[in-house]
Design a protein around this ligand. Structure first.
Ligand SMILES: Cc1ncc(COP(=O)(O)O)c(C=O)c1O
Length: 356
């Protein structure tokens, strides 16, 4: 079976973990601080705050921006549920804006009609490793005085017009096992705003600037030194792995675009795509997914149900009609694109899709 994702964790990571264990500094020690510094460099920003997951990074970002009950936050309905649930965690209301059909990211042209006097922030989700249309989103945010909280959970190393994703406001990353780099579980908040960074650090660790002093309500959402040590090793490999992902994507596109009915992923002008997922549109998707699995090709569906149609959101009374996201959820199919694929694997994937 050619797997849809394959975490690469080897001898370098093993050595790094053993060093931390031998050092005795297992939590919130030098490795977390070093990992934060290197991650901030990746995004071209001043501050980074490591967290226990991408979800906790988003939750902390909401709290650090002081978003709360009666506030509204604009986000994409076509994402992993955490992109919207982080808004619910703080008692605010996610407001969904439909996506662009070519890029699967939030459509800025449909954003302003959903802004009200209660709107506080926009969460653009850089889906599949590709940046949203940030020029348009920044313009709208500035015009309406809204914070930008990027969900860059799938976009490590991506860029827009030469500027790293994650540098447009506050941004959140996931370091879950299947991401382009991983700490197994983990996350990161990055920002240029020192106050947001300071608040995020406090919220991450029980509102505690020093041992047993608590100046605000916080949580335990920390990353361990053990996991930060893995992250440091992975970070060094990110550029190479992203290049391989791009080359794999180019190979798949060159071959799959010849097949009738298949729509291959489009790359936005001036965007540096890092292909966390390689996602096509395909007729009779569910049947195709089943047949590909039978032929030994692991596939994923990101995402079969748009967030506003999830039972949780239906229970909350959401009745949005968002046709582009709803159509995408019926047509998308992710194929393996990870850096461990061989040329034979890529050819097998192409053949399997061609023979459907
Ligand atoms: C777009 C997006 N947002 C948020 C998350 C949440 O990250 P985590 O699983 O690390 O909590 C993910 C993870 O899959 C994601 O893909």
């Amino acid at each position: 079976m050619i797997s849809i994702a394959k975490p690469i964790i080897g001898k370098d990571e093993e050595k790094a973990i053993l060093e931390v264990i031998a050092s005795g500094q297992l939590v919130q020690g030098p490795k977390v601080r070093e990992f934060e510094a290197r991650f901030a460099e990746l995004c071209g920003v001043e501050h980074a705050v490591a967290t226990s997951s991408g979800t906790t990074a988003l939750h902390i970002a909401m709290l650090a921006h002081q978003i709360g009950p009666s506030d509204e936050v604009i986000t994409s309905p076509f994402s992993f549920i955490a992109s919207a649930n982080c808004v619910l965690y703080v008692g605010a209301r996610p407001v969904f804006v439909d996506i662009e059909p070519d890029f699967f990211t939030i459509d800025p042209a449909k954003m302003e009609e959903r802004i009200t006097k209660n709107t506080k922030a926009i969460i653009p989700v850089h889906l599949y490793g590709q940046s949203c249309d940030m020029d348009a989103i920044v313009e709208i945010a500035q015009k309406h005085n809204l914070a930008i909280i990027e969900d860059a959970c799938q976009a490590h190393g991506a860029a827009y017009k030469g500027r790293p994703v994650g540098s447009f406001g506050t941004a959140c990353y996931s370091l879950y096992a299947t991401k382009n780099i991983t700490t197994i579980e983990g996350g990161m908040i990055v920002t240029n705003d020192p106050q947001i960074a300071e608040r995020a650090r406090l919220i991450r660790s029980h509102g505690s600037p020093k041992t047993y002093e608590h100046v605000m309500l916080g949580y335990n959402m920390r990353l361990t030194d053990l996991l930060a040590a893995i992250g440091l090793v992975q970070l060094k490999k990110l550029n190479e792995w992203n290049s391989i992902r791009r080359a794999n994507a180019a190979y798949l596109t060159a071959n799959l675009s010849k097949i009738k009915g298949i729509v291959t992923p489009k790359v936005r002008d001036h965007a540096e795509h890092v292909f966390h997922q390689y996602t096509i549109r395909i007729p009779d998707r569910d049947n195709a997914a089943q047949k590909l699995k039978e032929k030994g090709v692991g596939v994923g569906i990101h995402y079969p149900t748009p967030i506003h149609k999830q039972p949780l959101y239906q229970q909350l009374g959401y009745s949005d009609v968002l046709p582009v996201a709803e159509t995408a959820s019926r047509e998308v199919l992710s194929l393996p694109v990870h850096p461990s694929l061989t040329k034979d694997d890529l050819d097998s994937i192409v053949q399997a899709v061609a023979s459907l």
